[in-house]
Design a protein around this ligand. Structure first.
Ligand code: ATP
Ligand code: MG
Length: 396
């Protein structure tokens, strides 16, 4: 038997997935869970009947509480339970339930017992085992009523190959799809509130992310860069392995300041960002871009402004917070723990040169005349060549 005799049972989400997709989904989830658990000990992770089992390996000390918290950030799990192992014997199930679920059995008013039997050599049927254990629990906790339709507490028994397990009402998991099943995208990560939330939301839909940050030293400071790396570390537990591409952006901003009419400045800069991000995407095998834009939030996020920035790239641009109010975005930022870091007062390259009167209702064609004044492609290429890639370690 393993530490504390406990294991985790994880229920897969999106149960509508069938056939090949389902297999891919499960394999990816198992790989993601295994990788996340690495710092907490050695575990065996495998799936049976839409459930992923996480078992600490025998004889190895594992940090089960740490592992449990870490798994709460692995997308693809709809619900999760901790279960106590016991001998495969009806009375051992009763004893384990009394000990492991005592608080819940005392607190509930009604209950039922449900059993699952993977070991078909077990001498009782599932129904017989449920009735036997249910009867003895009802005797031991006389205040409890049996209610098979709508019980407050469902005591679950599992008869598996090597052990029995007892568990009860599961906790909700993080939901979503396992990171990686949806392919890879490049996320534009600024130091603000919105883009880390956008990363979280797209990771939740199964995208693996490569991040890009545009850095204009000395207009933006090293503290601003550290802040962005910190934000990446805070979303990394959700996103899986993360690399931040720090793009040197100073030369482009200086060229823009010299040659671009002020009302067009922000959008001209954002067109550079989009183009460079797409070039990074080609390099790393990504097929889409992600931004934290929200409709109407600033002049560069109106529909016509976004048409101008979209026009320089071929890839789809995903903007998961496009329809959200700031308060809604802030609520998610607080939930995922990025808010406090996002509001630290360091400048972003977007805020260094801000036009007093940005062009309203701009058209993509208007940029042809502006962009012929500098070597658009050459500047993009040079920026990509100067990229510093930083591997991020997950925080929390
Ligand atoms: P955020 O709160 O994420 O900073 P924002 O409301 O400040 O967003 P903008 O500064 O206009 O909005 O930027 C819009 C989007 O462009 C950001 O959400 C982000 O995806 C991208 N972006 C802006 N600045 C940078 C940067 N320096 N590096 C990478 N991406 C950036
Ligand atoms: Mg910003």
């Amino acid at each position: 038997m393993n530490n504390n005799n406990e294991i985790f049972l994880l229920k897969l989400g999106e149960i509508v997935l069938k056939g090949l997709n389902r297999r891919r989904f499960e394999d990816r989830l198992i790989a993601n869970v295994t990788r996340r658990l690495h710092p907490y000990g050695k575990f065996r992770v495998y799936s049976r009947q839409s459930t992923v089992y996480v078992e600490p390996k025998a004889g190895v000390e594992c940090d089960l509480d740490g592992a449990w918290e870490a798994i709460k950030k692995v997308f693809g799990i709809v619900s999760m339970s901790r279960a106590r192992g016991c001998a495969k014997d009806p009375d051992a199930f009763v004893a384990a339930a009394k000990e492991y679920l005592n608080d819940q059995l005392l607190a509930a008013k009604s209950f039922k017992v449900e059993s699952k039997r993977a070991d078909k050599t077990f001498p009782m049927t599932s129904i017989e085992l449920s009735q036997y254990v249910g009867g003895l629990l009802a005797e031991a906790y006389p205040h409890l009523k049996v209610d098979v339709h709508n019980p407050e507490l469902t005591v679950r028994l599992e008869v598996r190959d090597f052990s029995g397990y007892v568990h009860a009402n599961p906790e909700p998991g993080p939901g979503g799809l396992p990171v990686g099943v949806g392919g890879r995208a490049v996320a534009l990560l600024s130091g603000g509130i919105d883009s880390p939330v956008a990363c979280y939301m797209m990771a939740k839909r199964g995208l693996a992310l490569e991040m890009v940050h545009f850095f204009s030293y000395p207009y933006t400071s090293n503290e601003a860069k550290e802040k962005v790396l910190e934000l990446a570390a805070l979303v990394a537990p959700y996103c899986g392995r993360v690399t931040v591409n720090i793009v040197p952006f100073t030369k482009i901003q200086e060229e823009l300041r010299r040659k671009c009419p002020e009302p067009y400045f922000t959008l001209a800069m954002r067109r550079f960002m989009m183009r460079i991000s797409e070039m990074v995407a080609h390099r790393v095998g990504a097929e889409g871009l992600v931004t934290g834009e929200s409709m109407g939030q600033v002049a560069s996020q109106t529909m016509s402004a976004m048409a101008c920035t979209q026009a320089v790239v071929q890839m789809p641009v995903f903007r998961p917070v496009i329809g959200m109010d700031k308060e809604e975005i802030v609520r998610i930022a607080r939930k995922i723990g990025t808010f406090e870091t996002s509001i630290l007062p360091y400048e972003d390259c977007c805020t260094v040169f801000t036009p007093r009167h940005p062009r309203t209702n701009p058209k993509p064609e208007e940029f042809a005349e502006i962009e012929c004044k500098y070597d658009f492609e050459g500047l993009c290429k040079e920026a990509v060549e100067g990229i510093e890639r930083v591997q991020i370690r997950a925080k929390g």
